[in-house]
Design a protein. Sequence first.
Length: 290
Amino acid sequence: NNNNNNNNNNNNNNNNNDDEFVVENLEEKTFQMPVKIYTPEKGEGPFPCLIWYHGGGFCIGSIDDYVYEVICRDIANQVGCVVVSVEYRLAPEYKFPTQIEDAYNALTWVYNNSEHLNINPNLLAVGGDSAGGSLSAVMSIMTRDRGGPGLKHQLLIYPCMTNPLTDDVQSHVKYYDGPLLSHDIITWFMDQLFDDMTVGLNHHYVKLLENPDLSLLPPATIINALHDPLSDHGSLYAQKLEENNIPVTHSVYRKSIHGFFGSQLGESSEAMAEACAALRDSFGIDKIVY
């Protein structure tokens, strides 16, 4: 169920084993989805595994972006887990829900190939920033509903958890013009993503805050930047998870803007430390490896 592409891409400054594989989409045989696999420098495995989904409004971004290489290497080494970074297909060439199905394909591929990847299939987590955070939250629900791989944790970095274009969320109004992520930019992303924006923004995998069943989900760590139109999404979703008895930690970094995670600026290191500590705890790892 998978096609090994090239796994000799070890040219990096951190001496990590960065392997590139290709996930074969079982429903569309013509499509192959690249993933990058980061193995921690210490330990022999089988390792826990974080499946990482990058941000970019479902329209931009790549596993080859420097910031995501830094994020994935840091998590692999600080947690002591394998990180699989997923190159899901992007809009506007591929409309919603392609991104969700690609993300789930990658999750099941990791589980089905756990022995080959030297990971423990019982110690899986999902995580991502912005659009990738949204995908991670959806994966937690989707794998529950489809009887897919069990997850130990969901790491949600400033995710979008409901229609981001309304005026009934305070941070939408307060940070209408950004910084960085503005209402106009979000509108452009949504227009690229959906064939029909009105229908798409009401999809149950978009309006996660309105999901009637958030029970039996993995524990969550939600990280937000204060100066971000999506800031309130985290607090609102944390409240919903708590109402469903899901363990959740929510932090708001008060000096930061959307996109700060992994930037190596400001509060980025503190947020990375929090994320890695949460993953170590969920995997039962006692100490920092790196």
